[in-house]
Design a protein around this ligand. Structure first.
Ligand SMILES: [Zn+2]
Length: 383
């Protein structure tokens, strides 16, 4: 259903509020696992918008339930409040040439603002819906947050979740319909080390680790014609001084894949490499620090129907054709459990995960139009 004149008027009148939400939230630091303050802010916002049942859960998700009974089906809408930046002091916010600049301003603050504006229409007007709606400003989407927020929501509502939509990214016409799964590790290599001159000949942990990295990089990723699999060593450290044979060295390693089977193959490969190095007598410790699931057994017809609704809204509101993509988002969690899920866009921006990140604040109007148009699919009375 298209947006009504009343909805369109509401959205235009709310455009400044959307910008205000972005400014307010950018002023509240929220590294993954430390989203308390932003969660409280969103809790207050949901209450002010007319939310009847609003709470912050143990995972630091701010949750607002609309028309949720003890056992009805629900649709979940979420956008994350955490940022990749560890800062605990407010980060700079600059307005220049019609753009907003601030770390996290698009990912995911701008998207959240568009979503909150769309949700407020439903709360304020007490819209009757065909299923319960669960609105979430969620924690721990980024990095080692490990999707803790979306995991808590999926664990709580389980099979009652009919459909799941997360709002993230930098483009309005993108629909993420596939999950990129990943495993992340801290791998530590230990040797006897010693004085660089006196103990020359002893094994050097840095040299061993360098060799291990070469081995990992000689691996051919699984190719099945459908999926994509990648790997990366992102950080290395180790050693003591220039005249010490290094006793330990450490790397952060990850592999990713859109296929469960390929992810498993990479896991087996890593085990073999680690075993081979251990067999030479050096110490190798492997700690898994991240685990994001791939898509599981999702009913194709139900998933396609959800994607089609998003496509239709993108066509109606933006006059554009959507494009599909796979990515690692909060939709990984429901997808891994067979629940139809997608990620939509609510804001236009760029340079995410850098301190030069920007947002086009004017895009929030189309973002909230798109999301409210999509939500009308769940309205009992159309129009
Ligand atoms: Zn994000």
């Amino acid at each position: 259903m298209a947006l009504t004149a009343q909805m369109e008027r509401y959205l235009q009148e709310s455009h400044n509020d959307a910008k205000g939400i972005v400014k307010a939230l950018c002023g509240i630091p929220a590294p993954s696992h430390h989203e308390e303050k932003r969660a409280r802010w969103c809790e207050e916002w949901f209450k002010a918008a007319g939310g009847q049942k609003v709470y912050v859960d143990e995972a630091l998700n701010a949750v607002c339930e609309h028309n949720v009974t003890d056992d009805n089906d629900v649709v979940v809408f979420m956008a994350h409040i955490d940022t990749v930046f560890p800062d605990t002091e407010p980060m700079p916010f600059v307005e220049k040439d019609g753009l907003f600049f601030s770390p996290g301003v698009t990912d995911d603050t701008g998207n959240l603002a568009s979503l909150l504006i769309a949700e407020r229409y439903i709360l304020e007007n007490r819209i009757q819906t065909t299923c319960g709606m669960v609105f979430v400003a969620n924690s721990c989407e980024e990095g080692l947050g490990n999707l803790k927020g979306s995991r808590a929501i999926v664990a709580r509502y389980g099979r009652r979740i009919r459909e799941f939509v997360t709002v993230d990214g930098t483009r309005l016409e993108r629909i993420v319909n596939g999950a990129v799964g990943s495993h992340r590790y801290r791998i530590t290599v230990k040797t006897e080390g010693g004085h660089s001159f006196g103990a020359f000949g002893n094994r050097n942990a840095i040299a061993c680790m360098a060799s291990m990295i070469s081995t990992l990089y000689s691996v051919k990723v699984p190719v099945d014609g459908e999926s994509k699999t990648t790997y990366n060593v992102g950080v290395i450290s180790g050693g003591t001084s220039v005249n010490t044979i290094a006793q330990d060295a450490e790397m952060l390693y990850e592999y990713r894949s859109t296929s469960r089977k390929c992810l498993l193959e990479m896991e087996n490969m890593l085990e073999k490499v680690v075993e081979a190095y251990r067999a030479t007598g050096i110490g190798v410790e492997v700690e898994r620090i991240g685990d994001r699931p791939c898509t599981g057994e999702v009913d194709k017809a139900a998933h396609d129907a959800l994607i089609e609704k998003a496509r239709a809204s993108i066509r109606r509101v933006l006059g554009k054709e959507a494009y599909l993509a796979s990515s690692s988002t909060d939709a990984n969690t429901p997808l891994s459990m067979g629940i139809p899920a997608i990620c939509m866009g609510g804001a236009v921006g760029g340079k995410c995960h850098t301190r030069e990140e920007w947002l086009d604040p004017e895009s929030l109007l189309d973002g909230s139009r798109l999301l409210l148009d999509f939500m009308t699919n769940y309205f009992s009375v159309k129009g």
